[in-house]
Design a protein around this ligand. Structure first.
Ligand SMILES: *Cc1c(COP(=O)(O)O)cnc(C)c1O
Length: 400
């Protein structure tokens, strides 16, 4: 058993494999020495790598980063510099992207927005529509009430009809809240054109962290049928198909590779759609999840019913909020090596709900020791709160 007079976090030379290499651990320790804890470290090179991987796997697909996954402005800037487009779902998200284009000449900026922003929240406050109208972005809708709102308050926007498609087996289900039933889609498109609006395309979302690739295949078929019927009944072209997000991240070894998915998507898109259709995708999680690590500190320790319990300075009201809202578990790991014991890890707030895990496998830890979790880039710090007076983790950028 470790005695707690040891120096915290010795450079583990004891037995037992640890997840991060020693070089990486030392780098994190240096950042902790400089910035304190908890820190949320964003590796921009990893984001660039993910973006390039997606491009290589699906070269005909234009990437619209879903800003809600992680709206840190520096992430948006890194993706902007790579030529990414953006999916925004609120005015504040729109403004984060705007920061990068505000100095463009107005005409150029107008073209950029038309080309590279989709406002992909099907429900938009009237004030937002009024603010957006001058920029003429693409906006999604999925019902006739929204259509009336758009006609009155943002008649210059281009429209994309969001379809309800199967979300079977996806970790985060979206089809209960969004998407027009395929049976009413063509009528909505006809209605939009008859109101003088322009339907540029269709979109769908198969659910986030989608590991059931059949969802995408079915969604493509549903979309192809609707496009065929809508074009023949309106005499207008549907130019865009937005295949949404959902691209899965390897949180653990069991997740099927996005390569397999890309192969299927490329083949089905080629089979089902006209060669000149523009294909958009809105990956969120895929671009950022594996780019971020959280490092926190053990601030308290107890034995409860004989089990070691560690209290750390980040929890489910903070960076681990993804465990609640995103249904992902983030294993807590130690910098220290040693024999593993089943342990509980709690966050810092005065709520028992603030429980990160009751079954971490951790060596005997001391107060002041560091712990970390990987793959924390998506839907984590984005939903962090100030509950109980504890602020979100400090963000630190590397390889910017
Ligand atoms: C959340 C969201 C995304 C991103 O989904 P991921 O599963 O993170 O890729 C894309 N499009 C829309 C409309 C969304 O709401």
């Amino acid at each position: 058993m470790t005695t707690c007079t040891d120096e915290p976090s010795p450079e583990g030379d004891e037995a037992g494999p640890s997840h991060l290499g020693q070089t990486k651990k030392r780098m994190l320790q240096r950042l902790v020495a400089e910035h304190g804890t908890p820190i949320f470290i964003i590796d921009h090179e990893r984001i660039r790598k993910n973006y390039r991987e997606f491009r290589a796997l699906m070269p005909t697909v234009q990437i619209y980063y879903a800003v809600k996954a992680n709206s840190n402005p520096a992430i948006v800037k890194t993706l902007y510099d790579l030529g990414s487009s953006f999916d925004v779902a609120s005015m504040p998200e729109f403004m984060i992207v705007w920061e990068n284009i505000k100095d463009m000449p107005e005409k150029e900026r107008q073209d950029w927005i038309w080309d590279k922003i989709i406002y992909a929240n099907t429900i938009k406050p009237i004030e937002t529509l009024e603010a957006l109208d001058q920029y003429k972005p693409l906006v999604t809708f999925d019902n006739c009430f929204e259509l009336e709102k758009i006609r009155t308050h943002a008649p210059h926007a281009g429209l994309v009809l969001r379809l309800r498609v199967p979300n079977t087996g996806s970790m985060v289900e979206l089809s209960s809240k969004f998407g027009a039933d395929p049976g009413e889609a063509v009528d909505l498109i006809i209605q939009a054109f008859s109101l003088g609006l322009v339907v540029e395309g269709l979109s769908f979302h198969v659910g986030s962290q989608c590991t059931n690739f059949e969802n995408y295949i079915q969604a493509l078929e549903i979309s192809a049928n609707i496009i065929r019927e809508a074009e023949s009944r309106t005499g207008r072209r549907i130019k865009i198909l937005d295949i949404g997000g959902g691209f899965p991240v390897k949180y653990h070894a069991g997740v099927r590779s996005v390569r397999t998915l890309a192969r299927k998507l490329n083949a089905e898109i080629k089979r089902l759609f006209a060669p000149d259709i523009q294909i958009l995708a809105e990956p969120g999680r895929f671009l950022v999840a594996n780019s971020c690590i959280l490092v926190a500190k053990v601030i308290g320790k107890a034995f409860r019913d004989g089990k070691p319990c560690y209290y750390i300075n980040d929890g489910v009201y903070h960076t681990y909020s993804g465990q609640v809202f995103d249904h992902v578990n983030y294993p807590v790991r130690a910098f220290r090596d040693g024999e593993k014991l089943i342990s509980a890890v709690f966050g810092p707030t005065c709520d028992a709900f603030d429980t990160i895990t009751l079954s971490a496998e951790l060596p005997d830890l001391c107060i002041g020791d560091l712990v970390y979790s990987e793959n924390m880039g998506a839907y984590t710090i984005a939903s962090s709160t100030y509950f109980n007076g504890f602020p979100p983790a400090k963000v630190v950028h590397i390889n910017r």
